[in-house]
Design a protein around this ligand. Structure first.
Ligand SMILES: C[S@@+](CC[C@H](N)C(=O)[O-])C[C@H]1O[C@@H](n2cnc3c(N)ncnc32)[C@H](O)[C@@H]1O
Length: 291
């Protein structure tokens, strides 16, 4: 297998494509994502893995401010350019990863992320960060590719994704998400999935998949079992459908907060640096408003 690329190596050269590629720039999932956030105006929003900023720029006119993080500088360049073109000035695009969100606990009313989580190198740490920075009663809205619960279908999808893009980490199942979110005190309220049609040639072109892996992908699709063919609707020209979904999760004040802290403590993250003052303020608020 060709050497593994880092996310920055994978996404840097593709940043301009992601700024204009129709699914990313104007996908049918953008409106449901905005609706699922149930905004009232005035919210502070965090977008994790913002890429060229499509989600951050969608949310910006409806909220007070958006902080949008991505580890790929070339993506942030595209995002700032798009924000300038649209005269949007309440989004801060910053270099960063989901696993280490800058700022104190409970800093955001909404955390959102689209088509990025399957690239996160340490999902547990990232979900811990979501639990930490989400304000009590806040919402986490995620769009990502989800693996089917059945192991051979899960294995097939993740193998195909990894062959196509060596920076791929894992498409998680909905039940994995439910459990990871529960561990930081977030309760999954909604999960809906749908299938997006994929055209093989442009799919591998977009991710600059090496020839060896393209050949392996063709073999994989050719050797797919009847169940895999049926689930992913594989066609003779290697077209298929990929399962994408929307998850909404909410945290309930003190219980959510303390469970997130316990999980982070288990993970051994150095969260103590995120200000004790803020934590005590939050605990007081939580006591007054919850359970
Ligand atoms: C397919 S793009 C999606 C961009 C954007 N959210 C959208 O909907 O168009 C995936 C993005 O995730 C970013 N990414 C990869 N690993 C990440 C991590 N650990 N934390 C945050 N973002 C990450 C990549 O740099 C890339 O810009």
């Amino acid at each position: 297998m060709t050497e593994k690329r880092t996310v920055v190596e994978q996404f840097g050269p593709a940043a301009a494509d992601y700024a204009t590629f129709s699914y990313h720039a104007a996908g049918p999932d953008l409106a449901p994502m905005l609706a699922a956030a149930e905004l009232r105006g005035g919210e502070r929003v965090l977008d994790l893995g913002c890429g060229p900023g499509h989600v951050a720029l969608l949310f910006a006119p409806h909220v007070s401010e958006v902080v949008a993080l991505d580890p790929t500088e070339a993506m942030l360049v595209e995002a700032r350019r798009l924000a300038g073109e649209r005269r949007i000035d309440n989004v801060r695009f910053e270099l960063g990863r989901a696993e280490a969100v800058p700022g104190p606990e409970a800093a955001f009313d909404r955390v959102v992320s689209r088509q990025s989580a399957h690239h996160w190198g340490d999902i547990r740490r990232a979900v811990g960060e979501i639990g930490r920075v989400l304000a009590p009663g806040g919402r986490f809205v995620l769009i990502d590719t989800f693996a089917p619960e059945e192991p051979s279908l899960d294995g097939f999808l993740n193998r195909v994704e990894l062959l196509r893009d060596s920076s791929h980490v894992r498409d998680y199942t909905v039940s994995e998400w439910r459990s990871m979110l529960a561990d930081v005190g977030l309760e999954m309220e909604e999960a809906g999935t749908w299938n997006i049609p994929i055209e093989f040639d442009s799919w591998v072109r977009r991710s600059r998949t090496p020839e060896t892996e393209i050949a392996e992908l063709r073999r994989c699709f050719g050797d797919a079992s009847p169940a895999q063919r049926e689930t992913f609707e594989i066609t003779a020209d290697r077209g298929f459908r990929i399962p994408v979904g929307l998850i909404v999760a909410r945290g309930s004040a003190l219980r959510r907060w303390s469970r997130a802290r316990r999980t982070q403590a288990r993970l051994g993250t150095a969260l103590e640096s995120h200000t004790v003052t803020d934590r005590s303020t939050r605990a007081t608020t939580a006591t007054n408003t919850s359970i």
